[in-house]
Write a protein that binds this ligand. Structure first.
Ligand SMILES: Nc1ncnc2c1ncn2[C@@H]1O[C@H](COP(=O)(O)OP(=O)(O)OP(=O)(O)O)[C@@H](O)[C@H]1O
Length: 261
């Protein structure tokens, strides 16, 4: 069953067509990738799915229900969470606080509960802390839980961003270039983290990534965008050998294919 179904999605900025007639499906429990050269329209696509941009036309269904026109916070509450190309952590807050902030989305505690320190608030806080700890353990960040986020290595910050996005208990998580700036060892670790994430946290994954080794290793289905249009889709083998994709993207020097190791 599809968790996400997008049909004929178009986004125009003045005269520029950033996405043209894009249709794609993300199956429940799957890892799906969106690849393509810089400026192809990948982030614009994510921004539409998360409610940041309203599509010019087309539909976006989450579990069969249209989410077009909903504000980003409503989309998040419905179960789509994301990370960004540029890291957006609270640098002065600790690692675990960053995750707890992510959880705030689905905690029931109101302001009164916090002000009067009600027992139900305490219980909820404790549960949240335990859950946050479990997330940090999964990402191998538990030993850094009291460290300020800004003091973490770049690779660890990227992992913390994903942990925070998972803290909202999403049905679908969108990762925008999760391996950007990581060294090969960090990328390899991240690859296996994402691969197992679906089962561990009951989440479907849609990712944008330029590291083709990562993409080909873990994606069940891959969509290729170029100049705002979908030029191909298929599994890793089909995409790797597609002449259109090689010409538009895979043949270019900008693509990382894992030769750094
Ligand atoms: N808010 C905006 N206003 C005007 N043009 C925009 C806006 N957002 C994106 N664009 C344009 O839409 C096109 C697609 O950009 P987008 O950022 O979606 O590409 P991308 O595939 O994510 O690229 P990259 O891999 O570099 O992140 C670009 O030409 C970009 O300049």
């Amino acid at each position: 069953m599809p968790i996400l179904e997008v049909t004929n999605l178009t986004k125009e900025f003045g005269g520029l067509v950033a996405n043209k007639d894009i249709s794609m499906t993300v199956n429940e429990g799957s890892i799906t990738a969106v690849i393509g050269p810089n400026g192809a329209g990948k982030t614009t696509f994510f921004n539409m799915v998360t409610g940041v941009y309203k599509p010019t036309s087309g539909d976006i269904l989450l579990e069969g229900e249209s989410i077009v026109g909903l504000k980003p916070d409503v989309v998040a509450k419905k179960g789509i969470s994301r990370t960004f190309q540029n890291i957006r952590l609270f640098g002065e807050m600790s690692v675990i606080e960053n995750v707890l902030v992510g959880m705030h989305n689905h905690l029931n505690t109101g302001l009164l509960g916090i002000l009067f320190n009600l027992p139900s608030t305490k219980k909820e806080e404790l549960d949240a802390e335990q859950e946050a700890y479990r997330l940090l353990e999964y990402f191998d960040l538990a030993k850094l839980l009291n460290e300020k986020a800004k003091n973490l290595s770049y690779g660890a910050q990227r992992k913390l961003e994903i942990a925070r996005a998972l803290a909202t208990k999403p049905k679908l998580i969108l990762l925008d270039e999760p391996a950007a700036g990581m060294n090969p060892k960090e990328t390899a670790e991240l690859t296996s983290i994402i691969k197992k994430m679906g089962e561990e946290f009951n989440v479907s994954v849609l990712l944008i990534e330029h590291d083709m080794k990562l993409v080909m290793e873990i994606s069940e289905h891959i969509y290729v965008l170029d100049h705002g249009e979908k030029i191909a889709e298929g599994n890793a083998e089909e995409i790797r050998s597609n002449p259109k994709v090689i010409e538009a993207y895979l043949g270019s020097a900008a693509v990382q294919i894992g030769q750094k190791e």
